[in-house]
Design a protein around this ligand. Structure first.
Ligand code: ZN
Length: 175
């Protein structure tokens, strides 16, 4: 149904500068989302066309532009915006995806605790290393994430919208 760059059958997006928070949530849910803050409206429209992405915006004028596939979101909060997204794109629900770095849009790699010690810039506190076995690492900004309470809250929120992220625990048992 979709013919854009987020992997087979996956829609990819561009968020306008008012939707930075949604952008981070969609990336954590595994979607390919650009957030070109430096572009004006004309620039956004051009980028959407040249990269074959959907433009997400709350701006009525911008969403009304011709020649661009835009989705106008009405909610002011992320929860409502995610709900609108799944209503517009019901096919994105129920399929698991690898999370992307909320800052860089790069797909995160799973790293086992033992392997993490070989990554000099991983910077994970000792206490966290003690209690967690699997980590997510961004190869671009070097930020490391783990399945603590914050991550659990993110997963719960995404799951409430039918959005599922890959679980490193499950992947480990498949080996
Ligand atoms: Zn990153």
């Amino acid at each position: 149904m979709f013919k854009v760059g987020g992997g087979p059958g996956e829609p990819a997006f561009i968020c306008d500068m008012m939707l930075g928070k949604l952008c981070r949530w969609l990336r954590m849910a595994g979607f390919d989302v650009l957030f070109p803050k430096e572009l004006d409206d004309d620039g956004l429209v051009e980028l959407c066309r040249s990269t074959d992405r959907y433009l997400l915006t709350r701006d009525k004028d911008l969403s009304g532009r011709k020649m661009v596939r835009s989705i106008r979101l009405c909610s002011e909060d992320v929860d409502g915006q995610l709900k609108e997204m799944t209503l517009k794109f019901p096919d994105i629900q129920g399929r698991s995806r690898a999370s992307r770095c909320p800052l860089c849009n790069v797909t995160l790699s799973f790293v086992e605790r033992e392997a993490l010690k070989d990554i000099p810039d991983a910077m994970v506190p000792e206490k966290v290393l003690e209690f967690h076995r699997t980590f997510f690492h961004c190869q671009k900004c070097a930020k490391t994430y783990w399945k603590g309470t914050h991550w659990a809250r993110i997963e719960t929120m995404l799951r409430s919208h039918g959005l599922v992220i890959d679980d490193p625990g499950e992947i480990r048992t498949e080996k």
